[in-house]
Write a protein that binds this ligand. Sequence first.
Ligand code: SF4
Length: 381
Amino acid sequence: MPGIYFHIPFCKKRCHYCDFVSYVVNDEEIDLYFNVLEKEMVIQAGQSHIRNIRFDSIYIGGGTPSLVPARFLCSLLDRVFELFYMEKCPRLEVSMECNPDSLNLEMLLALKGKGLNRVSLGAQSMNERELEILGRVHGTSQILSAVQYIKRAGIENFGMDIIYAIPGQDENTLAQGLERLIALSPAHLSCYELCLEKGTSLEARVARGEIEYPPQETRLALTRTVEDVMALYGYQQYEISNFSKPGFECRHNCGYWMGVEYLGLGCSACSFLADKRMRNEPDLKRYMDSLDKGELPVSATEELAPEERFREGVVMALRMNQGISTEEFYNKYGIDVLEYYGGLIPDMIEKGLLKFHEDGSRLALTRTGRYISNYVLSYFV
Ligand code: SF4
């Protein structure tokens, strides 16, 4: 079912590896931002297509949403339930991304009272040296305190984000770090390989030779370590970078991979509605100015032809370990996956990059296929 995403683009300071849209701002700007975000919600909720959508997930991401005073986030949740048709059932998932240094028990209890039932904690590493290389503003003790707050607030469905392939990391240090995080009993772990994004200070340090980015062979060994440790502790891999205890998959993110519609609100947020992909203005000032004038802050729109939607659907669904059901795809898009891609699929199966699940019903990446997923998926775009 469709989900609503809110982008809260504020951070204490920029992490060394980050190229997301985020700003270091003051309290006054936060106040103004939530004001215009409410205007955007009102305009969007009034659109005829959106009025008919039943949403079953809300995801507050960023930036660092937990940096914002709880009262803003509480009113945001109040308004979303007033304005949109939210599925009123235990399935409703309300997630928020939090950073360890800006989380407290009062905030969690207040938000839980407004429907928050899932927390994703940006832990990234349990090693002080690695946190410093990443330029995180928190240490490991703050990760431990944040997890205690989440547990005391009674939020069972909590996950953590982890970054691996950090300069200096090897399979042993990675496995030890993962085990320390797993000992905190998260229901979900997202493990991302560190990427050197253009223009980041980490990229510049690597270019100057101050630190060494692990070579491809090492990165591959570290990816294997992640998968092995997760499997050892009973976490099921359900997407290339995502692992969970059974039943704790992130429903909101599964919607993206399964080609479900979503509404994105906030500076730089993306939406996929009625076969159109739209991106909001990434410049904070221009985003706020548009809404002050009563206009939607959309900066780019792309209308997808049916065949493009199909191909995009295949690429996204192959990211998930459950893969794609050729029958479901035929029913949804009227295109036969095997016929459409001709010899490509048998060729990928032959090379050990794709496989059919045992019952023959679903096509998925193999373990090797996942390691070079960008290469494999580029053939299906
Ligand atoms: S907290 Fe997240 S969004 Fe903010 S700078 Fe760090 S990585 Fe980027």
